[in-house]
Design a protein around this ligand. Structure first.
Ligand code: FMN
Length: 171
């Protein structure tokens, strides 16, 4: 399966980047083709709601930023994994932007499964992110493979690594 992981944390040695790498290793070990993109290093603006894409643009976005590199990857992917730190009780903006920029084509055309990897400092802060993730799965009519979360005392632990490996087995 072609798997695309979008990693949204700007902290290269943080927990989200670590979970994304562990997921990649586990998925590759199972024979999947995995592409991991650190979207926090990309310049991806929010949707302008200009509707160019639904008119003259015929599905193309008018904004020529780094999302142009992501569109082909999103449209080739069969499974999509979002890896995001919690910022203010929801998915970080770095992950929200590429998802919302899919407005031009409505959904990634081949994705049939999605998973979410999330990091936070505190416990009990995942409701917003989980709800958003599940709403997107429903809206795009893709299978929700599940969510792994790691608050501060669960980060980079063997237990969390095993949960990430188990999640990758659902591909
Ligand atoms: C702008 C910002 C907002 C944050 N908001 C929350 C929050 O609402 N709840 C929480 O538990 N942690 C919050 N955090 C802490 C991060 O979620 C936490 O440090 C997480 O481990 C970061 O992931 P990373 O290690 O992959 O970068 C916030 C951090 C930043 C920088």
């Amino acid at each position: 399966m072609k798997v695309l992981i979008l990693q949204g944390s700007p902290r290269a040695n943080g927990n989200t980047a670590w979970m994304a790498e562990e997921y990649k290793k586990a998925a590759e070990a199972a024979g999947h083709e995995v592409k991991l993109v650190n979207v926090s290093r990309k310049k991806i603006a929010g949707c302008l709601a200009c509707e160019y894409c639904h008119g003259k643009g015929e599905g193309a976005c008018i904004q020529k930023d780094d999302m142009q590199e992501l569109y082909p990857l999103m449209n080739e992917a069969e499974a999509l994994v979002l890896a995001a730190p919690i910022y203010y009780f929801t998915l970080c903006a770095q992950i929200q932007a590429p998802i919302q920029r899919m407005y031009c084509v409505n959904k990634p055309s081949k994705v049939s499964k999605m998973a979410l990897l999330c990091s936070s400092y505190s416990p009990g802060v995942y409701d917003g992110a989980k709800a958003e993730f599940r709403n997107i799965c429903n809206y795009w009519q893709v299978e929700d493979m599940g969510v792994v979360t790691a608050k501060i005392d669960e980060q980079k632990t063997e237990d969390t690594k095993q949960k990430v490996i188990d999640l990758a087995k659902k591909l």
